[in-house]
Design a protein around this ligand. Structure first.
Ligand SMILES: [Zn+2]
Length: 124
C-alpha cells in the first residue's frame, strides 16, 4: 500500500497517508490543525525501510558539533540522531517506527543517564 506524505501549508507538519490505489482520489486534511491545503511531498519512505537502510541512506553525520565537549553534557547525546530522523520525517515515537527504533531510544536514554553508549551502528 503506497504511503504518500503531505506537508501542511498552514502548520508545515508532514503527515503520511495510506492510499489504497495509486488512482485513489486523495484529499487529505492535516491531522494536526485540520487544514486541507496540503502539498504532496516526494517521499523517501514510500516503502517501509529497515533501520539499517534508513541509516545508510541518511549518509554520514555531517552536523556533529566540532567541539567534543558538546558530548560532555549527556543531554546532548542523541540529539543529532533525533534531529536527523526528524529531518527524514521519522517520528521515533510513532506507531510505525516505535518498535524499529526502540533500541536507539533506549541507548539515548541510557547515555543520558551516564551510561556509555555502544556505537549506534553496532546495534543496527
Ligand atoms: Zn496543519
Amino acid at each position: 500500500m503506497p504511503i504518500y506524505e503531505f506537508r501542511c501549508n498552514a502548520c508545515q507538519q508532514v503527515s503520511s497517508f495510506f492510499v489504497r490505489t495509486v488512482n485513489d482520489p486523495l484529499s487529505p486534511t492535516c491531522p494536526v490543525c485540520g487544514d486541507s491545503s496540503l502539498e504532496r511531498c516526494i517521499s523517501r519512505f514510500a516503502v517501509h525501510k529497515t533501520t539499517k537502510s534508513v541509516w545508510e541512506e541518511s549518509g554520514e553525520p555531517t552536523m556533529f558539533p566540532k567541539d567534543r565537549d558538546y558530548y560532555k553534557d549527556p543531554r546532548n547525546i542523541g540529539r543529532y540522531t533525533e534531529k536527523r530522523l526528524k529531518d527524514l520525517g521519522i517520528d521515533m515515537d510513532s506507531e510505525e517506527y516505535r518498535d524499529t527504533f526502540a533500541g536507539v531510544k533506549d541507548t539515548i536514554a541510557a547515555a543520558r543517564e551516564g551510561e556509555l553508549p555502544k556505537t549506534l551502528k553496532d546495534q543496527l
